[in-house]
Design a binder for this molecule. Structure first.
Ligand code: AHG
Ligand code: MN
Ligand code: MN
Length: 337
C-alpha cells in the first residue's frame, strides 16, 4: 500500500522549494486547509437547514443560522487571523478589504483574497460548490497597515493560489508556481491526503462549458464558436459553479467561457477572486486563460477590488482556437470605429 501523504506533510516538504522559505506561506496554506475542513462540515449539513432552522432564524443550539457564503467568509477570516502571517484579506463577500492586526511581534508579509463560496446557488439543491483563494506578498511596508495596492496585483504576481471543491468528495487543489497538486479529504481521519500529483491539463478535450442560455446575448464570434463546438459534438457541461466546471476541465480537458453579455458588458466573474487564481492553476497545469480582448488574464492590471472580467480558460489548443474565432469574426464596436 502506498504511504499516505497529508496536505500538511506535503506543504512542509515543499517549503524548501519556495524562494522565501521561512514557513510563513506554509502556515497560510495550512490555515486555509483548516478553514476548508470547517466549511466542508457545514456544506455537508446544508440539507439539514430546514430541520435545524432556516437562515436568519435560531437553530436547535440557539445560534443564528447564517447564509453559507457568509459562514465560509467568516471561517476563512477567523483561520487566517490567528497565525499572524496575513496582514489583510479581501473577499468577494466584503465591499472593502480588512486589515489584520499584528499577532505578537510578527510582521505579516502576505495578503489573501478569496471567493468563500463559489456557485452558492447550488447549495439548496445539493450540487458542488467551492472556495477559491489567492495569496500575494504585500507591497507596502510590513511596519504599516496594508493598503489597497497590496490587493490590486496582477495574476503574474501570485505567490500561491488554489481552490477547494465540495463535491462527491472534497478536494483541495493548489499551486505555489511549481506545478499543481490535489488533495482529497479523507473524512475518516479528517485529513486532506495527496491524491492527484502534478496535474496536467490535456491539450484538448470533449467538453465545453458556457451558459448557453445567454446565446442570443453573446457577440457574434462567441455564437460562432458555440456553433462550432456543437458541430464537433462536444459535450456541454455547465454547473453554475466556475470552480466545479474548471475542475472537470483541468482533469478531462475542455474549455470554460464566460464572455460579456448585455447584462454584464465587462463579463460577470471577478478578476481578483475567481479569474486570476483559476487562471494561475490552469496555466500551472499547462493550460491557458485569456479574456475576450485576447489579453492573458494574469497580465491584466487590476483597477478595483471587485473588477469583473470576461474569461476563456482551459485546454491550450482549445483556447487558441477560440482566440482565432475572436480574431476572425469579431465586429469592431461602433465607438472603436
Ligand atoms: P458566486 O456563487 O461566487 O457568486 O459565483 C457564481 C459564478 C460562477 O461560479 C458561475 O460560473 C457563474 O457565476 C454562473 O453565472 P450564471 O448563472 O450567469 O451562468
Ligand atoms: Mn464565485
Ligand atoms: Mn461567492
Amino acid at each position: 500500500m502506498n504511504r499516505i501523504i497529508t496536505l500538511d506533510e506535503f506543504i512542509i516538504h515543499r517549503q524548501k522549494d519556495f524562494p522565501y522559505a521561512s514557513g510563513e506561506l506554509t502556515g497560510l496554506l495550512r490555515d486555509i486547509g483548516v478553514a476548508a475542513k470547517i466549511v466542508n462540515r457545514e456544506v455537508n449539513k446544508a440539507g439539514l437547514v430546514n430541520i435545524l432552522g432556516v437562515e436568519g432564524a435560531a437553530n436547535a443550539s440557539g445560534d443564528e443560522v447564517q447564509k453559507l457564503d457568509m459562514y465560509a467568509n467568516d471561517k476563512l477570516i477567523d483561520c487566517l487571523k490567528n497565525s499572524g502571517e496575513c496582514c489583510g484579506i479581501a473577499s468577494e463577500e466584503l465591499e472593502d478589504f480588512i486589515e489584520i492586526p499584528h499577532v505578537g511581534s510578527k510582521d505579516a508579509k502576505y495578503v489573501v483574497l478569496f471567493d468563500p463560496l463559489d456557485g452558492s446557488s447550488n447549495i439548496d439543491v445539493n450540487v458542488s460548490v467551492g472556495t477559491i483563494f489567492a495569496i500575494y506578498r504585500r507591497k507596502s511596508d510590513p511596519k504599516n497597515p496594508c493598503d489597497l495596492n497590496d490587493f490590486l496585483q496582477k495574476g503574474t504576481d501570485l505567490v500561491a493560489a488554489g481552490y477547494v471543491i465540495y463535491g462527491t468528495s472534497t478536494i483541495m487543489v493548489y499551486s505555489t508556481g511549481r506545478g499543481v497538486n490535489g488533495f482529497t479529504l479523507d473524512p475518516s481521519i479528517g485529513e486532506f491526503c495527496l491524491s492527484h500529483r502534478d496535474i496536467k491539463i490535456p491539450d484538448r478535450g470533449d467538453y465545453y462549458s458556457v451558459n448557453q442560455g445567454y446565446y442570443l446575448k453573446f457577440d457574434v464570434e462567441m455564437r460562432r464558436y458555440i456553433d462550432y463546438c456543437s458541430d464537433l459534438n462536444l459535450r456541454l457541461r455547465y454547473i453554475g459553479s466556475m470552480v466545479s466546471d474548471v475542475h472537470r476541465i483541468l482533469f478531462q480537458g475542455g474549455i470554460f467561457l464566460y464572455p460579456n453579455t448585455r447584462k454584464y458588458p465587462q463579463g460577470k466573474l471577478r478578476l481578483l477572486y475567481e479569474c486570476n487564481p483559476l487562471a494561475f492553476i490552469v496555466e500551472q497545469a499547462g493550460g491557458k486563460g485569456i479574456n475576450t480582448r485576447l489579453e492573458r488574464i494574469m497580465e491584466v492590471e487590476p483597477k478595483e477590488l471587485h473588477e469583473r472580467s470576461t474569461i476563456v480558460i482551459g485546454s491550450p489548443d482549445m483556447v487558441e482556437e477560440m482566440q482565432n474565432f475572436i480574431q476572425r469574426y469579431s465586429v469592431p464596436s461602433i465607438n472603436a470605429m
